[in-house]
Each structure stands twice: as structure tokens, then as C-alpha cells.
Design a binder for this molecule. Structure first.
Ligand code: FAD
Length: 418
């Protein structure tokens, strides 16, 4: 009798989830679990919670939907709170589980969680599944991948890689282990009241509906022209919201985009959407090459960091810098959990270059606020703007006055988020 635990991490979906499918195939009985990290509610070194209510609510909705899907397959989802490695070790012991299956996350904290479990002698089977391309299809080893994005993209395009093929959701799911009674009462209650309405519901079903709508309304065609706008629903795809919690995979999005291209023809917009998803992959893959070095103050550079100024930090985070575009952007971020890519770049640049801020403090604020927080994309983009990543051109300071002129010439955005 093979008892396995499936640990949902940032992969809150059933379709195109190879790790979950493999667990279903390998188990006689399977316990699907999600662990709310205790550290998310603790104050970080800057004095605020690591996860804001916006993301908590989105994840809450995603989990509720995942539970419904699992129940439809005769299974369930059990939720716990704590340090994942501690909770999982206890569960594995009580359930006499032979192994834990989960997605692989190549970031320091997540790597450590798995290492602790393995040190305890627990078998952990990890599957890399969060990128659009499969690492084994790349024309280079990840450890030797090109540092520059342009070179990376050229080499990917030279071998005509578009996306790895997604897989369907498993038709059946093994039953819950009989020993469930021994641990069931320690699980958290399955639902909690909604906290806020973010306007974008979490969950796999909502993700698929959003993708369908985005394609049906032909938004990819205008994406290249609109992607740098600051306001509105469809100037950019908003896929990131669901990608971050894994409610949908990048492979599914890319393969639907390929179908769209065969139906309506490829164009600048469809290419550019793929191109942006490739940036997402790039920031993931670069973690295999540089790992923890990406988390140092100097990143990959030799630059030093100025002393941390908490007063300036409060001004920036609360949107009280006196610079109207920056303040409006920071208000939008805190009130909604989302910010356009252009404004993410501009407020990050302002913190680093105009306020002499430590990029890691900026990244920590984004981590807390963003619904679409993704460890690889957040770290990668902050390093890129700070000039401490792989980009040989150094940092990317933005001129705020020029940005206002180009993207908010009549102050509509600034007025809206005052
Ligand atoms: C300082 C900073 C921090 C960021 N932090 C995050 C983060 O935590 N999570 C996150 O998903 N994105 C992050 N981004 C990247 C980008 O801003 C968002 O992915 C994008 O704004 C999400 O909106 P969208 O889905 O409508 O994007 P679209 O413009 O529609 O792009 C389509 C998809 O491509 C990917 N993508 C687009 N731009 C980037 C990029 N620059 N880097 C990586 N992937 C990209 C995303 O998956 C996105 O969903 C950050 C950018 C900056 C400048």
C-alpha cells in the first residue's frame, strides 16, 4: 500500500501539473495538502507582514476552488499552518507516507525546506514545471546559459523552441489515506470569509475563463501597442495574477497563444506576449546558474549599498515622496495589489536612484503587496533595474518627468490614485 503526500506549493491547479499527475499514478492513497507559511504573517526585517491581504485573498479563493476540484475527484485538500518542513515531517510520520511529491522551486528558502525533509530521511520527489520551456529542451545547460537575455532569446529562437506541451488533468485521483482520521482534526477549517474584493478572482477556473476571454476579444493583437499603459483592464494580459500561484501554467497560455496564431495569424502582439513569457522563463533559469548570489546586497556586481534610511522608506512605501507619479503608483500598489509593468519599473528606479534606497527593501515591499508576487520575476527585475544582475549595461534609471510626459501627459493616472 503506497501512501504519498502531495504538497501543493505555487501550483494550485490540476491541469498541466505533472508533479500531481505523477503522484496520482504512483500512489495507492494520496493526501493533498497546502501549508500556509507561518512566516507570511510574521513581521519581516522592515516591520511589515510578508504577504498582504490582497494576495492572501487571491490564494484563499484559489485554494477553495482547488478543494472543490479535488472533491470532484473523490479526494480533498487539507490545509495546515506552520513551517512546511515541520508540518510535512509530522504528517509523513503519522501517515507512514513513503514519499512527498511536489513542484520544484529553485529559490533559497524553498530549496532549504526540501533539504530539511531530505535530511530527515524523507523521500521528496520534485518536478520542475513552472516555466514555459522545459530545461531539457534548451540548446544549453542551465548552469552555462547565456547571461544576457538577448543572447538567451536568440539561442532559444535559433532552435525554434516555443513552449513545452501541456498535459491534461488526471482523470482519477487516489483516495485519501485511511489514517486521515489521525491528523484530520489538526487541519485548518476549509473556508474563511472573504477579506477584500480584488476584482480578479483566484483559481484555475477563473484563470481559464480569463485566458479564453482575453483571446476571444483579440487583445493579443493590440498588446504590443498597449502594454506600457498605466491604467485599465486589458492593456496588458494580467496573466501574472494566476501564473504566480500556479492557477494556470505558462505552457497552457503559450500553447493557447499558438492555437490563436494558427486561427488569426501571428503578429507583433502575439510575438511580444510570448517574448514577455520568455523573460519570465529567463528569470527562472538564471536561478539555476547563480542561486543564492542573486540574493546578496551586491547581487552579481561589486557595488556597495548605502545605509538604510527608514524615513525615506516609509515615504516611498506609503506614497508620500512628493513626486506625484511615484506616489500615485505606490497608492495603486497598496490599494489593489497590482501595478503595471511600466510603473513597477519607474517606482523601483525612483527608490534606487532618486532616494538612494536598498533594492532589497524595495523588493521586500513588492513581495508583500503584489498579488502576482513571484520570487524569480521580482528578484530578477529588481536586480536588473539596480544593475546588480546579469545585464552588462549596468542599472536602468528612469527619468520620472519623461515618464510622466510619455505615459500620463494629462495627469489622469496621478489624479485617479492621488
Ligand atoms: C521591479 C519589478 C518587479 C516585478 N515583480 C514581479 C513579480 O513579482 N511577479 C511577476 O509576475 N512579475 C513581476 N514583474 C514583471 C512584470 O511587471 C509583471 O509580470 C507584469 O506587469 C504583470 O502584468 P501582466 O500579466 O498584465 O503582464 P503582460 O505584460 O501581459 O505580460 C505577460 C506575461 O509575461 C510575463 N512578464 C511580463 N513582463 C515581465 C518581466 N519584466 N519579467 C518577468 N516576466 C514578465 C508575466 O508572466 C506576464 O503575466 C516585475 C517587474 C518589475 C519592474
Amino acid at each position: 500500500m503506497k501512501v504519498l503526500i502531495y504538497w501543493f506549493r505555487n501550483d494550485l491547479r490540476l491541469s498541466d501539473n505533472p508533479a500531481f499527475t505523477q503522484a496520482c499514478l504512483a500512489a495507492d492513497s494520496l493526501l493533498p495538502v497546502y501549508i500556509h507559511q507561518l512566516s507570511n504573517n510574521e513581521l519581516n526585517e522592515y516591520g511589515f507582514k510578508r504577504v498582504s491581504h490582497h494576495r492572501q485573498e487571491f490564494v484563499r479563493q484559489s485554494l477553495d476552488q482547488l478543494r472543490r476540484q479535488l472533491r470532484g475527484l473523490g479526494s480533498d485538500l487539507l490545509e495546515y499552518e506552520g513551517r512546511p518542513e515541520v508540518v510535512l515531517a509530522e504528517l509523513a510520520k503519522v501517515m507512514s507516507a513513503q514519499a512527498i511529491y511536489c513542484e520544484q522551486i529553485e529559490a533559497p528558502q524553498e530549496i532549504d525546506q526540501v533539504a530539511v525533509l531530505q535530511d530527515l530521511g524523507i523521500e521528496v520527489n520534485e518536478f520542475w514545471q513552472s516555466s514555459m520551456l522545459s530545461p531539457q529542451d534548451l540548446p544549453f545547460d542551465l548552469e552555462a546559459m547565456p547571461d544576457m537575455f538577448t543572447q538567451f532569446r536568440r539561442e532559444v529562437e535559433a532552435v525554434k523552441l516555443r513552449n513545452a506541451e501541456p498535459i491534461p488533468e488526471p482523470a482519477t485521483c487516489p483516495p485519501l489515506p485511511q489514517s486521515i482520521d489521525a491528523i484530520g482534526d489538526k487541519a485548518l477549517p476549509s473556508t474563511s470569509p472573504p477579506l477584500v474584493n480584488t476584482g480578479y478572482p483566484g483559481g484555475e477556473e477563473a484563470a481559464m475563463l480569463h485566458l479564453k476571454r482575453y483571446l476571444e476579444l483579440r487583445f493579443p493583437d493590440s498588446y504590443k501597442q498597449t502594454r506600457n499603459q498605466l491604467m485599465g483592464q486589458d492593456f496588458s494580459s494580467k496573466f501574472s495574477l494566476w501564473l504566480a500561484s500556479g492557477c494556470i501554467s505558462a505552457r497552457v497560455i503559450a500553447s493557447e497563444l499558438a492555437v490563436y496564431e494558427t486561427q488569426f495569424g501571428a503578429n507583433e502582439g502575439t510575438y511580444w506576449l510570448w517574448f514577455e513569457l520568455l523573460w519570465r522563463d529567463y528569470f527562472r533559469f538564471i536561478h539555476f546558474k547563480y542561486g543564492k548570489k542573486l540574493y546578496r546586497a551586491q547581487g552579481l556586481s561589486k557595488q556597495t549599498t548605502k545605509p538604510f534610511d527608514s524615513l525615506k522608506y516609509r515615504q516611498w512605501t506609503s506614497g508620500n515622496t512628493g513626486q506625484p507619479l511615484i506616489d500615485a503608483g505606490m497608492h495603486e500598489l497598496e490599494r489593489t495589489g497590482y501595478l503595471s509593468n511600466r510603473l513597477r519599473q519607474v517606482v523601483a528606479s525612483y527608490w534606487i536612484y532618486d532616494m538612494d534606497g536598498d533594492w532589497r527593501a524595495g523588493a521586500a515591499w513588492f513581495e508583500a503587496q503584489l498579488i502576482d508576487y513571484d520570487v524569480y520575476s521580482n528578484q530578477g527585475n529588481w536586480l536588473y533595474i539596480a544593475g546588480r544582475g546579469t545585464d552588462p549595461r549596468g542599472g536602468r534609471p528612469f527619468n520620472v518627468v519623461k515618464q510622466m510626459r510619455d505615459h500620463d501627459p494629462h495627469g489622469v493616472y496621478q489624479e485617479h490614485w492621488r
